[in-house]
Design a protein around this ligand. Structure first.
Ligand SMILES: Cc1cc2nc3c(=O)[nH]c(=O)nc-3n(C[C@H](O)[C@H](O)[C@H](O)COP(=O)(O)OP(=O)(O)OC[C@H]3O[C@@H](n4cnc5c(N)ncnc54)[C@H](O)[C@@H]3O)c2cc1C
Length: 395
């Protein structure tokens, strides 16, 4: 289907989508505009995510859509799931990040969970009754995830005791359980790491919210684990395979951030188009000035380029290929482009662009997040370089 360029509030470029997906995407956009957009201002002001909207969104196809039908999913393609994430990003950064974490946890449970774990954790998550979080990062271990220090000690009855500290864990304060990465023996490096399903209510587990700049209605949390007992049946996958379990969701996470960043750019573009057509200076609309048009065009070109990159990455996964390089390229380009495009939108708004009553300062803050989680831009560059040259410059 040929692409069309948005005309300021009209439907945006469609990229590589077939007519069914295009129609579905329009329905999803209408749903978000009607049911979610009116909640944003209050949620941002109170820094609280309206969790009641989640069951409806999951029913629509978020979180569950990409899972296989025998796990309660809809069997949607990567492309369809990614397009849904673009729409989430266009609507609201805090929504995109919340859906991303839930999707990641659902994917991990679907790929690695036992039947019992799927019944206790995945099924209620897909009904919107329970919410999960994902805890890998620690104060001393960020990009170098394999260096984590949270310790898992096996007891005689096969249960585990976890001790350690995690930081910047998205929405742990809203969650019922987490996937926690811990090591049984640091000297084994990544071969000593396991993934554990931990109930938030377990004694010894403490969650503290950390104030942060972007995606303000989601929470960013410190999770402290002190002698937290985890039953044997809550080990997700095998000990020694924990990092592989976590990394099995990495393509999906990168794709989600890339698509969400394109959504942010689309929202910034629509806001800027509306503003420059309405605002007059020197006796005519800003839209009539060549320098203003140049900024609008730059934003539109980056948005469309990013859209084609994430849709290409998703299509690569749909073709059964590993897609790691394509997802890294999409995440790198789209997140960096979103920082620039949302800053350009602020420029076009002038002083009002920096005021909270207009949407673009939030879009900029939320775009700024996207270059960091799921592998920073620098880590993406090094992974792309490795794929292109066959030489790793990571260590
Ligand atoms: C909003 C937000 C939400 C998050 N949510 C979660 C979550 O839910 N769960 C979770 O586990 N984690 C989460 N994180 C953590 C995130 O994954 C880490 O912030 C990220 O992996 C980077 O680690 P770091 O912040 O410790 O930076 P560092 O690793 O300390 O990196 C600092 C800088 O050094 C650069 N750098 C590092 N190594 C290299 C290298 N080899 N070569 C060149 N440059 C390098 C980085 O690119 C970066 O610019 C979240 C972070 C944010 C900001």
């Amino acid at each position: 289907m040929p692409s069309t360029i948005s005309n300021g509030g009209g439907y945006g470029p469609l990229g590589l989508l077939d007519s069914d997906t295009t129609a579905f995407t329009k329905d999803v956009r209408s749903y978000l505009d009607k049911n979610v957009a009116p909640l944003i201002a209050e949620a941002e002001r109170t820094k609280t995510f309206p969790v009641d909207i989640l069951p409806g969104l999951i029913e629509l196809g978020y979180v569950r859509g990409g899972l296989p039908e025998n796990d309660g999913g809809y069997g949607m393609s990567h492309l369809q799931s990614a397009v849904l994430m673009e729409e989430a990003g266009r609507c609201w950064g805090s929504l995109r990040t919340t859906l991303n974490i839930l999707s990641m946890v659902a994917e991990l449970l679907s790929k690695h969970g036992t039947d019992d774990q799927k019944e206790r954790f995945l099924a209620p998550l897909l009904e919107g009754r329970r919410r999960g979080w994902f805890a890998l990062t620690e104060p001393e271990s960020g990009s170098d995830a394999g260096a984590l220090r949270t310790r898992a000690t096996e007891r005689e009855d096969g249960s585990w005791v976890l001790n350690g500290q995690k930081v910047w864990i998205t929405n742990a304060s809203y969650g019922d359980f987490g996937v926690v990465l811990a090591t049984v023996d640091r000297s084994l490096g990544h071969k000593g790491i396991g993934a554990f399903l931990v109930e938030t209510s377990t004694p010894g587990l403490e969650i503290n919210e950390i104030p942060h700049m972007p995606v303000r209605a989601s929470s960013s949390c410190e999770v402290v684990l002190t002698e937290v007992v985890v039953p044997a049946q809550n080990l997700l996958g095998q000990v020694g395979r924990g990092l592989s379990v976590a990394m099995s969701a990495v393509n999906g996470g990168r794709l989600n951030i890339a698509a969400g960043a394109v959504g942010l750019m689309q929202a910034a573009l629509e806001a800027a188009q509306g503003h420059v057509l309405a605002r007059e200076q020197f006796g005519r609309p800003l839209a009539g000035f060549q320098l203003v048009q140049e900024l609008i065009v730059k934003m539109a070109v980056q948005t469309q380029a990013g859209r084609l990159l994430y849709q290409n990455a998703a299509s690569t996964l749909d073709a059964g290929q590993p897609g790691r390089l394509e997802c890294s390229i999409a995440k790198y380009f789209c997140s960096e482009a979103a920082v620039v495009a949302t800053s350009q939108a602020i420029q076009l708004f002038g002083g009002s662009g920096l005021m909270e009553e207009f949407p673009v300062e939030r879009l900029f803050r939320d775009a700024r997040e996207s270059t960091i989680p799921e592998g920073t831009s620098e880590i993406q560059v090094l992974q792309i370089g490795d794929a292109l040259l066959g030489v790793s410059a990571l260590r």
